[in-house]
Each structure stands twice: as C-alpha cells, then as structure tokens.
Write a new protein. Structure first.
Length: 425
C-alpha cells in the first residue's frame, strides 16, 4: 500500500490532466467542475489492501463517478433514498455478498425505509429506532450496527461524528439493548461499523480499531464484517499530512485477525472513504469577472461562489488556487489577493478561515476575463452546491483517458423554476 506524497503549490496552470483549461472553459462554460478519473482510480488503488472499499458517495455522487468506481471494484454507501437510487442507476445491484449498497443513517424517512425493504438493501443502523422500524417491516434480515464509540475527531468540529455531542451512531454502551431489539424481529447483527469524523488523523483513526473490537466481542460470533468508516484526510495545503496507509491497515488487519481467532471464522475488513477518493481529482474552473481595489485590498471576483463551493464559508476550508494566464506566461509577478464570488452576501469569499475571517492569498497578477482554478474540489463541493441567488448549478465534466466528457449539463432557468407555480386568484 502506498501513501501519496503532497502536491506542490502551483499558483499558475494551463492544463488539467493534460487538457487545456482554456479549451475546457470554451467548451463547457464556467463555472464548471472537472474530475480527473485517473486520480480517483489511483486513490482507489492506494486502498487495495482492504478487503472492500465502500465509496461514501455523499462526497461526489454524479452517476458517472459512481459508475467509474463500480467498474473498478468499489462498493457504495448511501445515506438517503436518492443515494440508493443513484447507486442502482449507476449499475450497482441492490443485493449481494458483500452488500453492494449499504444504507447508513440515523433515521429512515418513509421513502428510504420502503426502498430498503422492497429492494432488500442492506441497512447499517445508527439508532435503535431504525432496528425496530426495519424489524417490523422486514423481520429475519441481516443488519449491521453503526456504533458511536464515545469519541470523535474531524477537520472541523462540524465534521466530528463521535462523542456525546454527535447525533450519529448507537452509543457504545447500548449494544445489549440493540441486540435484544434485533432478536425480537429475528434480525441478525452480522457486522459493526464505526466512523468518527471526516478529515481526521492516524492517532484518532487508530482508536477506531479498539472501539470496533470491543463492540464486536460484545455482539459475538454473528459478526462477519467490520467497517472502519471513512475519514482519511486529503492534503489541501503544504504542511498537512496523509495518513500512513500501511500503518493504518496493519492496525485494522491486526484487529480483524484477533476477531477471527476469537470467533473461529473469517471477518471481512471494509473502509468507507469519500474525500480520500475524490477530493484531489476535482477542479472548479471559474472566470475572473471583476478586479477591485478596496483600500489596500485587491479582490478577484469570480463567476463561482459559495453556491458552487461552500467549504470555505462553512468550515474556513483552504483550497489551492491557480490562475490560468491567457498569454501562457507562467512566471507573472504575484500579489496578495482576496478571492470572492458573485453572491449578494459578504461571506461569499473563498479565502477565509474558520469564523469568517477574510485572508489573502498570493496569486499571479491577472486580468478580467482570465480563468482561475480552485483545486482539490472533488469532495463535498458540487454536491453541497445550491441555487442561492437563483444561480444555476454548474456543469460537471469527467476526464477519462485524455478525453473530456460532460457528465452533468449546467442547469438552466427552466430547471430552476421547475415545480414552482403561481396560485390562480
Ligand atoms: N462514512 C460515514 C458514515 C460518513 O458520515 C462519512 C462522512 C464518510 C463515511 C466519508 O467520510 P470521508 O472519508 O469523506 O471523510 N462536508 C464536509 C464533510 C462531511 C462528511 C460527512 N460524513 C466537508 O466538506 O469537509
């Protein structure tokens, strides 16, 4: 297993995956998300030591991306009825061993429960109510339990999914009660799952193994699978670190082997990454539409805003950026700039830290009409977009073997108002 090395900062670029950014912008318009399939497949291959890699599609759920990872052996996680439908539309079958699609959530809405029951989609229960609700409708099934181990960690407090402040998972001391509920409906608890947060580190991830082991020992030999969840970080800026994948795998595998020895049967080991697989593959291409001087601050204002990429306004997240010089000059002088979007809200700034503090970034001198690329924008980017200010969602493009494919067309005004109506008076 290989751990990737950190990318270097490149404030100018002319290509994405070998294709000219200017050509991509001409062909697909801006703002447009571009994903490089080769990067996704490399990240998937990094994790090949695990028995199963289950893609957390909440990170980027375009059908073409689901189809890509499916064809390369990844299973898929779904957290809503529509994510189950996406998985099926992308060619996953609902049933199989291991389950191709797993519904992991803390609640069922009516549609998700109907789908899981009718299509026999495997359910990973994050609350005891889910056990009762599924049991009443589909007794005799196998289920897994998502455990909240009492601790968690993420790149932001908003992405920490463990501990008593978190709504996620079944609290670790309530396993006996859950087993009793499951038994009432002849549900068999065949596996355990722990996900402590998104964008965490090896120290915290390694504690997941101990938590899973304790829970599995309590449930007993009905357990045939354990999932260590997602959470693997991506390097967004220099100085951040990837997790040592070989070291992490060793910890997980040792835990699995102890369980196997205790139970006397094989236990499969699953990992459930979202960000790790897709973050670095994604680029948001935008156009600089205005350059403003506000006292001593220079602003580059783009045609993309937090309606396209909400991570900076939500978490103060840092994304690398590069200017695409229209004259091909990669050695332009640099200046400190603040990069913002078009929305009527002062928080619409890509260069901000958690708490909303605006900061500047060193970027090449640019002109209105030139392109700017926001990088590492494959995960939790397009999918968290909105129609705020009645802005249409941008296009999505996949670069596959040197060719760019439109995988989602830009929304139109008609898309925006579809379903709306004016009451007749
Ligand atoms: N499994 C479960 C049960 C999860 O809740 C999540 C993420 C994952 C797997 C995948 O985690 P990953 O490998 O991507 O860290 N919007 C935030 C991230 C929210 C993550 C939610 N759950 C962001 O932009 O950073």
């Amino acid at each position: 297993m290989t751990t990737p090395t950190a990318p270097t900062d490149s404030p100018s670029r002319t290509e994405i995956a070998g294709l000219e950014v200017a050509d991509l912008a001409r062909r697909f318009g801006t703002p447009t998300f571009v994903y490089d399939a080769a990067t996704i497949l490399q990240r998937l291959a990094d994790l090949s030591a695990f028995d199963h890699v289950r893609y957390a599609q909440k990170a980027a759920s375009n059908l073409a991306l689901l189809d890509l990872v499916r064809r390369h052996g990844a299973l898929v996680d779904a957290v809503s009825a529509a994510e189950i439908r996406r998985a099926l539309a992308a060619g996953y079958t609902a049933e199989g061993t291991p389950p191709p699609v797993v519904y992991t959530a803390d609640i069922f809405d009516a549609e998700a429960l109907d789908l899981c029951v009718e299509k026999n989609v495997h359910v990973n229960c994050g609350s005891s109510d889910m056990i009762d609700q599924l049991g009443r409708r589909a007794p005799g099934r196998r289920i897994t339990l998502r455990i909240n181990p009492g601790f968690g960690h993420g790149h932001s407090q908003k992405t920490n999914t463990g501990g008593k402040q978190a709504k996620h998972g079944i609290w670790h001391d309530q396993i006996a009660d859950c087993l009793a509920r499951a038994a009432r409906f002849q549900l068999e608890v065949s596996g355990l799952h722990v996900h402590i947060g998104s964008g965490t580190d090896l120290d915290h991830l390694s504690r997941v193994c101990g938590a899973l082991e304790n829970a599995a020992v309590e449930v007993g030999p009905s357990v045939t699978s354990v999932s260590v969840g997602g959470g693997l970080p991506t390097v967004y800026r220099q100085g951040e670190q990837y997790v040592d994948l070989a070291a992490y795998y060793e910890l997980c595998d040792a835990m699995r082997k102890r369980l196997q020895a205790g139970f006397g049967h094989p236990v499969s080991l699953e990992i459930e990454p979202g960000r790790y697989l897709v973050a670095e593959s994604g680029y948001l291409i935008a156009e600089i539409r205005a350059i403003k001087q506000q006292d001593d601050n220079t602003f580059y204002l783009l045609d993309a805003g937090f309606n396209n990429l909400a991570r900076p306004i939500l978490y103060g997240a840092y994304h690398p950026m590069s200017v695409v010089p229209s004259d091909g000059d990669l050695s332009r002088p640099e200046q400190e700039v603040i990069v913002g979007g078009p929305l009527c809200e002062s928080g619409d700034i890509f260069t901000q830290e958690e708490g909303g503090f605006v900061v500047s970034r060193r970027l090449p001198v640019a002109r209105v009409g030139e392109l700017l690329v926001i990088e590492c924008a494959g995960a939790y980017s397009f999918v968290m977009g909105s129609n705020y200010n009645s802005k249409p969602l941008g296009a999505e493009v996949l670069i596959l073997q040197g060719r760019a494919h439109l995988i989602r067309r830009r929304q139109t005004f008609e898309d925006l108002v579809r379903g709306e109506s004016i009451p007749e008076l």
